[in-house]
Design a protein around this ligand. Structure first.
Ligand SMILES: *[C@@H]1O[C@H](CO)[C@@H](O)[C@H](O)[C@H]1NC(C)=O
Ligand SMILES: *[C@@H]1O[C@H](CO)[C@@H](O)[C@H](O)[C@H]1NC(C)=O
Ligand SMILES: *[C@@H]1O[C@H](CO)[C@@H](O)[C@H](O)[C@H]1NC(C)=O
Ligand SMILES: *[C@@H]1O[C@H](CO)[C@@H](O)[C@H](O)[C@H]1NC(C)=O
Ligand SMILES: *[C@@H]1O[C@H](CO)[C@@H](O)[C@H](O)[C@H]1NC(C)=O
Ligand SMILES: *[C@@H]1O[C@H](CO)[C@@H](O)[C@H](O)[C@H]1NC(C)=O
Ligand SMILES: *[C@@H]1O[C@H](CO)[C@@H](O)[C@H](O)[C@H]1NC(C)=O
Length: 432
């Protein structure tokens, strides 16, 4: 009976002791903590896994990679009473430092060091204790500059889809895209996939042309790619010939026909006359036009990328009147030529006026029975104006002498003879 009571009491005591011990143990292990210093770790930096809250005398501690302590993942162990106290496992030799206060420093971390680490500590504080704590470090890489690539150099409008890829050597991070420094247009043709690594635009239009950029970022850094210029190929559209037809062109003149089209890339041109090939430039120059140049000129523009073409035609009608030989395209004369013509006309008019005036005067003289024998019209005021009698001897019986009015070169001023104002000498001719 006593024995049973005793064993029961013992059992209860054991339970109580176990409960007490486990509570105490939890309390102890709750006190051990590890923090990484610094908190965010960049590739190449050192990180100290600093252990604090250890109670009792440290007999032995070990570090393991991961959240458990097994033999397989042990990095090192440390017992203060052996020489040397630390024993570091192979891949970590030279890469870690260990301190008597249980802390460990990893030197020059790399992305493989990302993850959890567990420290197990045996202490003697009256009782032998196994204490354990885990810490997780996240190793960040400074992101390197990404690069945008494209699956097509020049996608064809309303036909192709384009996929732009943000090429980055870095692992998980945020990738953002922009077009012409703006957020991407959100339409149902534009989509992102593979964690924003690829940008796909279906059924491209020329409005999708522009400068695209991707930016990669993580908690510690970000980097933006160079601009990628997306060019959408289209056309030719609006093929046009200038001058517009129909063109009437004189023989022997020169004519330049220009062909234009909206097209990316620039198209190849082919000129034909009534179906015969005449040229392969945007410009077709016809010199010394003959009747064989007459006909229907067609310009065909061909885009080698879109495989599309377009054409325009103009009829050139060659007329029989040979032109002066200059390009008749403009049809206007230069300013100096007009000036020369105007001056020439003025001179002719002045001459006519002078003659008319003279003959009127002569008629008047005749009616007064006075003829002019030798007159010096304006001889005093205008030395360039000379009047001379013309063979008066051969014109016997005639009462009239003809005057010859000449202008000296360089004195083009068409001066009206001021007969009335000037003293005019009249000679009386007597009959012989
Ligand atoms: C442990 O020792 C290292 C090296 O002396 C020291 O840098 C670190 O601050 C110590 N950790 C604690 C928690 O005292
Ligand atoms: C680092 O570890 C964290 C969690 O432990 C994980 O989310 C992250 O993807 C890892 N990073 C790298 C670069 O492996
Ligand atoms: C592409 O877009 C054009 C213009 O919006 C439309 O006419 C055409 O049907 C589209 N093609 C395809 C294959 O979706
Ligand atoms: C993808 O891009 C969108 C904006 O276009 C952004 O909101 C999102 O966070 C990005 N996701 C990732 C994983 O980069
Ligand atoms: C082209 O055809 C037109 C008639 O359409 C004709 O007048 C012209 O002479 C032809 N020109 C050539 C070079 O054959
Ligand atoms: C010129 O040729 C084009 C293409 O062959 C044709 O469409 C057009 O009617 C022709 N024009 C004339 C004035 O003959
Ligand atoms: C060419 O010009 C002549 C004379 O002006 C005209 O009679 C003829 O109809 C024109 N031909 C064409 C095809 O324009």
């Amino acid at each position: 009976m006593d024995l049973i009571v005793c064993s029961r009491a013992l059992a209860i005591r054991g339970v109580i002791l176990t409960v007490f011990l486990s509570l105490w143990s939890q309390q102890i292990s709750a006190q051990v903590s590890v923090v990484p210093i610094p908190k965010t770790v960049m590739v190449g930096e050192n990180v100290l896994l600093s252990v604090s809250g250890v109670t009792g005398t440290i007999l032995l501690f070990s570090w393991h990679k991961g959240e458990r302590s097994t033999d397989k993942n042990q990095m090192l162990n440390y017992s203060p009473n052996t020489t040397p106290p630390e024993q570091i496992e192979e891949p970590y030799k030279g890469r870690v430092r260990v301190f008597p206060n249980c802390s460990m420093e990893i030197l020059g971390v790399n992305t493989n060091d990302n993850g959890s680490y567990t420290v197990s500590i045996q202490t003697r504080g009256g009782q032998q204790q196994q204490q354990q704590a885990t810490v997780t470090i996240i190793v960040y890489e400074k992101v390197s500059k990404p690069n945008v690539t494209s699956n097509l150099a020049c996608p064809v409008e309303y036909k192709d889809s384009i996929t732009l890829t943000c090429v980055t050597t870095n692992t998980t991070q945020i990738i953002l895209w922009s077009k012409d420094s703006q957020k991407l247009p959100s339409d149902d043709r534009t989509s992102l996939s593979q964690e924003n690594r690829t940008l796909t635009i279906t059924n491209v239009s020329s409005a999708d042309s522009g400068n695209y950029q991707c930016e990669v970022m993580n908690s510690v850094s970000h980097s933006t790619s160079d601009l990628y210029t997306l060019t959408v190929c289209y056309g030719p559209k609006n093929v046009k010939i200038t001058p517009q037809g129909p063109i009437t062109q004189p023989l022997k003149s020169q004519l330049t026909l220009n062909c234009m089209a909206e097209s990316v890339p620039a198209p190849d041109y082919t000129w034909t006359l009534n179906g015969t090939i005449k040229g392969h430039e945007g410009k077709l120059v016809l010199t010394e036009i003959t009747i064989h140049d007459q006909g229907n000129y067609t310009c065909e523009a061909n885009n080698s990328v879109t495989q599309l073409s377009g054409s325009a035609s103009v009829y050139v009608n060659v007329t029989g009147n040979a032109a002066s030989g200059t390009d008749n395209g403009s049809g206007s004369l230069p300013g100096w030529a007009i000036a020369v013509i105007v001056i020439a006309i003025l001179i002719v008019v002045a001459l006519i006026a002078a003659c008319v005036y003279y003959f009127l005067l002569r008629d008047k003289s005749k009616s007064n029975d006075i003829s002019m024998k030798e007159s010096t019209l304006n001889s005093r005021s205008d030395p360039h104006l000379r009047s001379s009698s013309k063979n008066p001897a051969t014109q016997t019986g005639e009462e009239v002498n003809y005057s010859e009015v000449t202008f000296k070169p360089g004195a083009l001023k068409p001066t009206q003879p001021k007969l009335k104002e000037n003293t005019t000498e009249y000679a009386e001719i007597s009959r012989t």
